[in-house]
Design a protein around this ligand. Structure first.
Ligand SMILES: Cc1cc2nc3c(=O)[nH]c(=O)nc-3n(C[C@H](O)[C@H](O)[C@H](O)COP(=O)(O)OP(=O)(O)OC[C@H]3O[C@@H](n4cnc5c(N)ncnc54)[C@H](O)[C@@H]3O)c2cc1C
Length: 416
């Protein structure tokens, strides 16, 4: 087999499986984030006769969108949360609160802390995990303590209120922020967060310095503003990589130096969530090493292990030799959820279904005073020979008038 054919097969751009038309009707969705909720509500609209069960360890959906300003703005609106019980009742699916500990692909069931759920189709939308072992922290207790005291909170939005409180308690000194190596969720988010923190230090006259350790090239839109307008608040360490972290000494080691901190927002490298590793659904790289992200089709999101298992959202792995991964954004996750709902609906009805490609719109604050936003549009088309073409368009918006909040409200209306 040629390399190209191998890649196409692995990326799901060639059909591996004949269509399977089901007599049975159970769909289990693991993860009630942007991807899982979009799949659940869309399935209920398209095929009300299907029995849809959503499993999440949390009791409620919480969102990262628009959280960066909220973290440092006094008197901001209370943190929005939407209980899964209420959403399940509204849309007509079942909600099970529990941890999924294993997916038995051969038996077609999901093992949860509240029992075993058999499925006919499975949608895995569990988001990410943080790879602390890349920083030489292996002990689960040490990881729990690091997360409690210094998490950069990029994994679960449920932890944002604790981060807001930690920032409110910060009265000065070195505030360290690490940025994960790409790919990571919402690529502009850490830079926007850094901008809000620098602005807050300056305007609140907090005698603190934001030290940013970044292994990636900084997004150009943020470079000038962080390094010029906030030069007294920001120290930026370009292309620097964290090697290890020492909680007792409150320091991290990088290639160049050890850096001490008084408070830190630690964001280790990201990977697909645990359940995908436990279920053997991680894509191997050349040479057999795990890539860190799931193996699923680029356009149908079906697992190579079983065509009735879909992997969507931030957990999804490589889709293109040109651009790598879909951006790990809420809108991409939600569009993938809608796309798999359509495929399941079509398969349940015995009809063919053309894949629906994702898209993403991202409104990012690039200046606070005066306010300026950037809109990032990412779209895809099939080149005609199985490869995807990605188009990214950035538009400056010097007079924002709530487009970001309007975008979030429109997205939430689709699945909340
Ligand atoms: C600071 C920040 C700002 C962002 N801003 C934006 C933005 O403005 N716009 C945008 O589009 N995106 C934004 N994003 C990205 C967005 O949050 C993610 O892309 C999105 O959450 C991905 O959705 P998902 O469904 O894949 O995963 P998640 O939303 O993470 O959902 C996964 C769910 O699975 C559950 N789960 C995981 N494992 C298990 C298990 N074993 N058992 C039970 N439940 C489990 C989790 O509890 C969680 O509820 C931002 C991200 C960050 C960090």
């Amino acid at each position: 087999m040629t390399n190209r054919r191998q890649f196409l097969l692995a990326a799901g751009l060639l059909s591996l499986l004949p269509p399977v038309f089901a007599a049975n009707r159970r769909v289990v969705i693991v993860g009630g984030g942007w991807g899982g909720l979009a799949a659940a509500s869309q399935l209920r609209q398209l095929v009300p006769e299907l029995e849809v069960t959503l499993v999440d360890r949390q009791p409620a959906f919480m969102s990262f969108a628009l959280s960066n300003r909220w973290l440092v703005e006094a008197g901001a609106a209370p943190w929005a949360r939407h209980d899964y019980a209420g959403l399940a009742k509204k849309h007509g699916y079942r909600f099970v609160q529990g941890d999924v500990t294993e997916v038995a692909i051969a038996q077609r069931n999901v093992v949860t802390t509240h029992g075993v759920l058999p499925y006919d189709w499975l949608v895995l939308a569990p988001g990410i995990r943080e790879n602390w072992s890349a920083w030489q922290v292996e002990d689960p207790q040490a990881i729990a303590e690091l997360r409690r005291r210094h998490s950069g909170v990029m994994q679960s939005a449920a932890d944002l209120p604790a981060l807001k409180q930690r920032l409110a308690n910060f009265k000065g000194g070195d505030l360290l922020m690490t940025i994960p190596p790409a790919p990571f969720r919402c690529p502009p988010a850490p830079y926007e967060r850094a901008l809000f923190i620098a602005w807050w230090l300056k305007t609140q006259k907090i005698p603190g310095k934001l030290v940013i350790i970044d292994p990636n090239p900084m997004m150009p839109a943020f470079r000038n503003i962080l390094l010029d307008r906030y030069k007294d608040q920001v120290t930026y360490l370009d292309h620097a990589k964290v090697r290890s972290v020492d909680l007792v000494r409150q320091s991290v080691s990088t290639d160049i130096d050890d850096i001490r901190f008084d408070e830190a927002l630690l964001c280790p490298p990201q990977q697909a969530a645990d359940v995908l590793w436990q279920s053997g659904l991680i894509r191997p790289e050349e040479g057999g090493k795990p890539s860190g992200w799931a193996a699923q089709g680029a356009t149908d999101f079906r697992s190579a292990a079983d065509g009735r298992v879909f992997v969507i959202g931030d957990a999804a792995g490589l889709v293109s030799p040109q651009f790598g991964y879909f951006p790990k954004t809420g809108q991409v996750a939600s569009r993938m959820g809608q796309a798999v709902a359509r495929q399941i609906a079509a398969q349940a009805a015995g009809k063919p279904q053309t894949p629906l490609l994702p898209e993403s719109v991202c409104h990012v604050t690039s200046s606070i005073e005066p306010l300026e936003n950037i809109r990032i549009d990412t779209s895809y088309r099939d080149r005609g020979d199985g490869f995807l073409i990605q188009t990214v368009k950035q538009t400056r918006n010097p007079n924002p008038a709530g487009e970001d909040a309007a975008w979030a409200a429109a997205m939430y209306r689709e699945f909340l």
